[in-house]
Write a protein that binds this ligand. Sequence first.
Ligand code: NAD
Length: 485
Amino acid sequence: MEKRAITVARGDGIGPEIMDATLKILTQAGAMIEPEFIDIGEKVYLAGHSSGITDDDWESLRRTKVFFKGPITTPQGGGYKSLNVTIRKTLGLYANVRPNVSYAPFVQTKHPDMDMVIIRENEEDLYAGIEHQHTPEVVQCLKLITRPGSEKIVRYAFEYARKNNRKKVTCFTKDNIMKLTDGLFHKVFKEVAQEYPDIETEHWIIDIGMAKIADSPQDFDVIVMPNLYGDIASDVAAQITGSVGLAGSANIGDHVAMFEAIHGSAPDIAGKGIANPSGLINGAIMMLVHIGQADVATKIHNAWLKTLEDGVHTGDIAKGGKSVGTMEFAEAVIERLGQKPSTFSPVEYKNEETKGAAFKLAPQVKDRPKPDVVQELDGVDVFLLNNEWTPNEIGKKLEELASPQFSLAVITNRGVKVYPDGFPETFTVDHWRCRFQKANQEETVTNQHIIQLLERVEEAGLQFIKTENLYRFNGELGYSLGQGQ
Ligand code: NAD
């Protein structure tokens, strides 16, 4: 078998320590890999590359298509963009697969029967990174959820469940509040679920869902969720298995895949040689399955389980008891290569089933004709910066200048109605959303009418800072109503 080129970055903080330990295990276990090392992270940022990676190193990633990555430190402030997010989005790594398993009684946990996989959408949601300051008092972050993005990740979760013999897929959203964005994710989940009648499905609102993860994680099997919820839920899930240092993560795209530990660079323990390399080892096991080296993955996984069983633990697991350092732990795994655990069930990965791409599960988005959608302009939300006018003054003025095409429907502040009939108790800031709806349902309005409306708003001495067009799609509202509207 020829050696498979992979791109490797040691990372920052504890990254180099856990990466060296993990690579040593891979070599001793006979992994047929040819690492190409690249530098990413803190020193690349500080050398002036605000993305944390150089152009040459992108080339390696795109060529090898497999990235094995140590955790990195994102410097706070200073306009540095998270490299993790950049890599995931640039290379289209839309699925983040995070298995969370407890290893009781050898790793202390309140949840001995936990074995769940969190499938986190990796590219969209609030991580689109589109933020603006509108007024001195108000900033916004755009939450983008797309139908193809939701369909890809939801289908991935069902395919993953089927391929890995899992019985249930749960979806978490907050669609009781975010009816359009989370509502779309949930709707797509229900649609796709119909294609998988062999798999049980359920949906929880994220708040109670998270509480259930913390209380009874054994009730979950595969959970799929939008990006931010998945980020938070998977750290909670990893931590309650016993340590955030245990879990690995796979970031899967149609062309490239990246494997890592779920934890960060742990600057508080960096350089001390005490970090747990298990998260990265578990990332490596997923990588080996992905590149078709299931036998090596099996060997390492079983040796690692045997090491835990034999009571060889790093400090985060030993919790004050006898512990070993990072490299000693790796040596203990190496000594046990070829052995099987006796309490835990031995693991066996298979190449013939996976065809060398266990985590690459096509097709995620079905080809389908372009939907036949009639998109009609229904009005416009005009956002004002205002500190001087009262809601009634703004309302009266805008009613005058709305016609003939529009009428003023409502003014809200932080989403709450303040005109007409607002309450004096409502707290307001300098950011006012004024909703204009077309005055006559029989007539069409156009962007040209909106431009003319904005000119009238400006002439009246009011300062607009943003607009949002209001559309109907096949007659259905494509915007939420104001609170109290
Ligand atoms: P962290 O995961 O680095 O550390 C949280 C806590 O867990 C710390 O007390 C740490 O000592 C402990 N811990 C983490 N991994 C451990 C291990 N393998 N063994 C033993 N203990 C371990 O989270 P943080 O402190 O919030 O973040 C530190 C830096 O890491 C930040 O710059 C953050 O941006 C970055 N980060 C990177 C990634 C990544 O590269 N994928 C992920 C998360 C955070």
